[in-house]
Design a protein around this ligand. Structure first.
Ligand code: MLT
Length: 254
């Protein structure tokens, strides 16, 4: 993997393929390797940039607290270092929150925005409280707390569970806790997305148990021009459950 020092830590990233720049941003508590199955389907058309967000994968940890906006600034610094002025962004779940924070800070740098099993809303007070409780549990007992709590909700597919379990288990306590707090404190981006003038693509499984499809339907209400791809029977991990459909949806920018 490539590594680059920026914003006080080392960010690891992969760069594959050639064409239009497309940043694929992983979700929680994962790393860039979740995109492995879609890379061969996209690399002939896109210059794929696959970061490990701060605290995840091979990127180093950063002392928390930090926000989604900090993670978005990491991506901007990465694009600067790579000489990429403008890119399309596809964010999976938490990666979608980072993509939204990026688009809000740097709208002129975004060609189009894809939210994969993600949402624009912020956390309810209960969810926010739950994140802090989980962060305390992870600090005490380790990352397996989130692995066991989440894995069945991420996907019903035993094959995909077997693929993501080791990815989840190898994540760092500090990165997981930092991201939980950053997600808890994230802004509601609904109004921003409603006014965003670049193409928005929503890719969402109708069997997603972690972020229900209703969240994508809500976005259609305030951003009617957003293009919604419903993946029938898909859960929260479309890029691994249905790589062909996910790649097609990423290519079909309206
Ligand atoms: C994710 O899959 O990235 C996170 O679970 C999203 C969330 O917890 O809001």
């Amino acid at each position: 993997m490539n590594k680059i020092s920026l914003n006080g830590f080392d960010l690891a990233y992969e760069r594959r393929g050639s064409g239009t720049p497309l940043v694929l941003i992983h979700g929680f508590p994962l790393d860039h390797t979740i995109w492995e199955d879609v890379i061969p389907l996209l690399e002939s058309e896109f210059d794929l940039i696959l970061p490990d967000l701060r605290g995840f994968g091979e990127s180093s940890t950063v002392k928390f607290p930090y926000m989604m906006t900090d993670m978005a600034q990491d991506l901007a610094a990465l694009l600067d270092a790579l000489g990429v002025e403008k890119a399309s962004l596809a964010g999976h779940s938490m990666g979608g929150y980072v993509a939204l924070a990026f688009a809000k800070q740097y709208p002129e740098r975004v060609d189009n925005l894809a939210l994969v099993a993600s949402q624009a809303a912020s956390d309810s007070p209960e969810r926010k409280k739950g994140r802090y409780k989980t962060a305390a549990d992870v600090t005490e007992k380790g990352v397996r707390v989130v692995v066991e709590a989440m894995i069945e909700k991420l996907t019903a597919s035993r094959r995909v569970q077997a693929c993501i379990r080791p990815i989840m288990e190898r994540q760092n306590v500090s990165g997981v806790v930092g991201a939980l707090k950053a997600m808890a404190e994230r802004e509601d981006c609904s109004a921003f997305l409603g006014a965003f003038d670049r193409p928005v693509i929503l890719i969402h499984g109708d069997a997603d148990q972690l972020i229900p499809i209703d969240r994508a339907l809500e976005i259609k209400n305030f951003a009617p021009s957003a293009f919604l791809n419903v993946l029938s029977g898909g859960g929260h991990m479309p890029m691994l459950e249905m790589p062909q459909e996910t790649a097609l949806a990423l290519k079909a920018v309206p």
